[in-house]
Design a binder for this molecule. Structure first.
Ligand SMILES: NC(=O)C1=CN([C@@H]2O[C@H](COP(=O)(O)OP(=O)(O)OC[C@H]3O[C@@H](n4cnc5c(N)ncnc54)[C@H](O)[C@@H]3O)[C@@H](O)[C@H]2O)C=CC1
Ligand SMILES: O=C([O-])CC(=O)C(=O)O
Length: 267
């Protein structure tokens, strides 16, 4: 029998994940959860890519083995917390939601109450395994830099006081903690939260966000130092055509997490 999934969100990540999951006999998408104003568009996607899925406004209380979120910060409170409390394991992409004070603890408490687990995916960034392992030996500094083309910062505080379309060179639009970055840039700095949660925490991880007219990729750099030694990682991710803020790797990371739930050997 296949694992019955509820997918929260059916935008750039959700749609691309559904396309890939069509190949997986062990995974069946039973429900797609979106706000009412997205029902019509989502039903079209479901008809094409997940004909067995019902399009609904909340995770069904019965018949779901696993929830996967790819919707945005608000969806964690609205859908992931109640699913965890009911005992359904959840896989989360909008890791930046944990930047709200006390929210990580709330998520943990819901998982404890439901005797289940919430998994935060690595998403658009790599080396989360190395960072989380290095933390056990002790970390001294962790720095994260996120660099994206100017249009990827549209609709964010980066637009305040500057014309993103007229930038002549790389422009630092934010410098501060991972907590502030993830709060101010909920659709662009989930990775900052992920790096911080795996490493030195939301308040001790330094973050720089850059709008750079010379790049076409979403470029993520992590520099970490501690008892283990040090590393530098740079990812040059292709953005999704459907959403330039989001890297294609995020989709693959979500699909990997789901496949690992059913695979006899997981990596
Ligand atoms: N961890 C990571 O590396 C990354 C995480 N993300 C997260 O994934 C989210 C989704 O990304 P995209 O698919 O590119 O965005 P998108 O804007 O293309 O799609 C969002 C989808 O979620 C639905 N939605 C919005 N609010 C909802 C709610 N409260 N409940 C249920 N559905 C809701 C929308 O109707 C839409 O179908 C981002 O907002 C971000 O939080 C995005 C990129 C990287
Ligand atoms: O997809 C990416 O490149 C990163 C991103 O948007 C995020 O961290 O929220």
């Amino acid at each position: 029998m296949s694992v019955r999934i509820a997918l929260i969100g059916c935008g750039a990540i959700g749609t691309a994940a559904l396309e890939l999951l069509r190949e997986d006999a062990g995974i069946s998408v039973a429900a797609i959860v979106v706000p009412a104003d997205a029902f019509a568009a989502t039903k079209d996607v479901a008809a094409r890519l997940a004909p067995g899925a019902q399009v609904v406004s909340a995770v069904p209380a019965q018949g779901i083995d696993l929830v996967v979120e790819a919707a945005g910060h608000a969806a964690i409170e609205a859908h992931v917390l109640p699913a965890l409390q009911r005992g359904t394991p959840c896989v989360v992409a909008s890791v930046g939601a944990l930047s709200a004070q006390g929210f990580a603890e709330k998520l943990e408490a819901a998982a404890v109450a439901g005797k289940t687990q919430v998994q935060l995916i690595a998403g658009a960034i790599g080396a989360i395994d190395a960072l989380a392992a290095a933390r056990i030996g002790g970390l001294e500094t962790v720095r994260y830099t996120g660099r994206k083309p100017p249009h990827a910062w549209k609709g964010t505080p980066a637009e305040q006081g500057r014309d993103l379309g007229a930038l002549a060179g790389p422009t630092v639009i934010f410098e501060g903690s991972a907590r502030e970055a993830a709060t101010l840039y909920p659709k662009n700095a989930n990775v900052a939260a992920t790096v911080s949660l795996a490493g030195l925490g939301l308040d001790r991880t330094s973050v720089r966000l850059i709008a750079d007219p010379a790049v076409t990729e979403n470029v993520h750099t992590v520099e970490a130092e501690g008892a283990f030694g040090n590393f530098e990682l740079t990812m040059r991710n292709k953005p999704l055509a459907a959403n330039p803020k989001t890297s294609a790797l995020t989709v693959y990371s979500a699909v990997r997490a789901l496949r690992n739930r059913v695979a006899p050997l997981s990596i």
